[in-house]
Design a binder for this molecule. Structure first.
Ligand code: SF4
Length: 346
């Protein structure tokens, strides 16, 4: 059970029982129309369903309006400080805008944004992070202060009769991030955009985001995810897709493998990498688990949960189990064909 309400971001639906949406953000200069469009479409080809673009000044608007026209996926305008930019971005065709009401200024300015968002039926993502907690909440525990700060902004939009809202609260502290999202998700029906902010370079961001996003998803919180990585955003999609497949939130094939020990009869690591390369790009309409196990002593038992298992046996061959039952014993050179054939039968 994820959010009660759903929000349409162009052609993409966020929330309810809809698939969890992967999104990312461009890091090109928005004024560079070709470069930004190319990055958006590369992200879309890699698996992003929504891409966010910073709109920093009025000069960005003309490029932004061309970007939304040619983009393969709905484009979100990321706005800070100037309410007029939010209004112009909506008029230019933004599928959603992201604002941090805390830095937009007066309630009057927020009202003006809401008026236009209503007219154009464009949702608003209220995005806050631990650096923008309202002063009046500073005495609360940080997670609660963050959540209450966002809740205040939500109530402001609701007061204007606006409910097309996506929530996001991000912290680099995973526990604080978890508690804030959990706290607020129990109080509002809107979809949640989740992620860990300032998660760092690839290796660190992959770990922090997996724990931060994963812990929320397994608790039923989070409708769209962004893995934040310093650098090429295409890497964000790679991690996000793996995360969703490995956790079983997206159809796909996951390859699990035993950690190996003294009983190991085959090169488990190499075979697991081989299996991953054999299945790369293969689309399936359900979650499939393939286990690569090192020995016949414990392998079949440990791989019982798998759809398919390859278990090492002496004499450099492998036993293949289909749904826990022995399917046959094969030489290494036969494994690829056997595996690909069996995947299609599952
Ligand atoms: Fe060791 Fe066999 Fe278990 Fe792998 S499956 S860890 S080789 S006992």
């Amino acid at each position: 059970m994820f959010s009660e309400r759903v929000v349409n971001v162009g052609s993409v639906i966020i929330g309810g029982n809809h698939p969890i949406v992967i999104q990312s953000m461009t890091n090109t200069d928005t004024k560079n129309f070709e470069g930004t469009l190319r990055q958006i479409n590369d992200l879309a080809d890699a698996g992003a369903k929504i891409v966010r673009v910073s709109v920093r000044d009025m000069e960005d608007i003309s490029s932004f309006s061309k970007i939304v026209t040619y983009s393969k996926v709905p484009v979100v305008a990321d706005i800070h400080f100037d309410y007029r930019l939010a209004i112009e971005a909506i008029k230019a065709g933004a599928a959603k805008i992201r604002i941090n009401p805390g830095n937009i200024g007066s309630e009057e300015k927020i009202k003006k944004i809401v008026e236009v968002a209503k007219e154009y039926k464009v949702p608003i993502r209220i995005g806050s992070n631990s650096g923008s907690i309202g002063k009046e909440f500073r005495n609360l525990p940080r997670y609660q202060a963050l959540a209450e700060s966002v809740l205040k902004d939500v109530r402001l939009l609701e007061k204007e009769g606006f409910y097309d809202i996506v929530i996001s609260m991000k912290s680099v502290e995973v526990k604080e991030n978890f508690l804030a999202n959990k706290y607020l998700s129990e109080m509002v029906p809107y979809p949640f955009h989740i992620g860990i902010t300032e998660a760092g370079v690839f290796e660190d961001a992959a770990i922090l985001s997996s724990v931060g996003i994963g812990s929320l998803l397994i608790n039923g919180i989070g409708d769209t995810i962004r893995v934040s990585i310093s650098g090429n955003p295409l890497k964000e999609i790679e991690i996000a897709k793996s995360l969703l497949v490995l956790l079983g939130f997206e159809n796909g094939i996951r390859v699990v493998a035993c950690p190996t020990c003294a009983r190991t009869e085959i090169n488990v690591e190499r075979l697991a990498y081989d299996v991953k390369s054999w299945i790369e790009g293969k689309t399936v309409n359900r979650s499939i688990t393939i286990s690569v196990m090192g020995c016949i002593v414990n392998g079949p038992g440990e791989a019982k949960h798998s759809d398919l298992a390859i278990v090492g046996t002496k004499n450099s061959s492998a036993a293949v189990f289909l749904k826990g039952k022995l399917y046959g014993t094969f030489k290494n050179c036969e494994l690829k064909d056997v595996l690909l054939k069996l995947i299609d039968t599952i």
